[in-house]
Design a protein around this ligand. Structure first.
Ligand SMILES: Cc1ncc(COP(=O)(O)O)c(C=O)c1O
Length: 191
């Protein structure tokens, strides 16, 4: 890869030569045993990345936005109350998708470059005595501003409240030091 020029933007990411060579091969049938084995192998390896043995891992053959939409469509029913933590474009996208799916969306927004204030979040969640907030959405690393939320502590607060936390980790998973600990917290929360 040393002789290649690199695009130093969040994506598309540089692809190793070995992967490019695999892609050059003729496709195999997606209902064959051979394909099933590869899919199961990839899923197991992703569990290792997420430091989980028991929790389910799903591979989505789509963009980051399609994964965000899948999460909203799977966990939100129309009129459910959701709290969207918005620190930039991608956090706002989560709120917009939830809105399209009919949720009652409350946004907690900060000025560009800032992150969610844990005290303000804690206060808001404590106010929700009837546990109306079903889901909290958050972007871990907000690519549009370069700011990263304190996900570990956000996860603790949301877990204490009892809502489900949906995290966009598109540009933090496998990159930010704390992602593994954080993932463990989230995965435990989902069990
Ligand atoms: C933090 C974050 N969330 C979501 C997305 C959306 O991903 P995609 O462009 O694959 O839909 C991006 C894309 O850069 C991103 O950086």
């Amino acid at each position: 890869m040393q002789d290649k020029s690199f695009l130093m933007i969040p994506g598309p990411t540089p692809v190793p030569e070995s992967v490019l060579l695999e892609l050059a091969k003729h496709p195999i049938g997606h209902r064959t045993e051979e394909f099933s084995k590869i899919l199961l192998g990839c899923t197991e390896d992703l569990k290792y990345v997420g430091k989980t043995k028991e929790s389910d891992v799903f591979i989505i053959t789509g963009s980051g936005t399609s994964a965000m939409e899948s999460a909203i469509a799977s966990f939100i029913s129309p009129s459910d109350k959701i709290l969207s933590l918005v620190i930039g474009v991608f956090g706002a996208r989560f709120a917009e998708i939830a809105n399209i799916y009919g949720a009652s969306v409350e946004k907690m927004e900060v000025a560009p470059g800032n992150i969610i204030d844990l005290h303000i979040l804690e206060k808001r969640l404590k106010e929700d005595k009837n546990k109306e907030i079903k889901v909290v959405t958050v972007t871990h690393s907000e690519t549009s501003t370069g700011a990263a939320n304190d996900l570990e502590n956000i996860a603790k607060l949301v877990k204490h409240h009892g809502a489900l936390l949906i995290v966009d980790a598109v540009t933090s998973l496998c990159c930010m030091k704390k992602h593994l600990t954080v993932l463990k917290v989230l995965l435990l929360h989902l069990i």
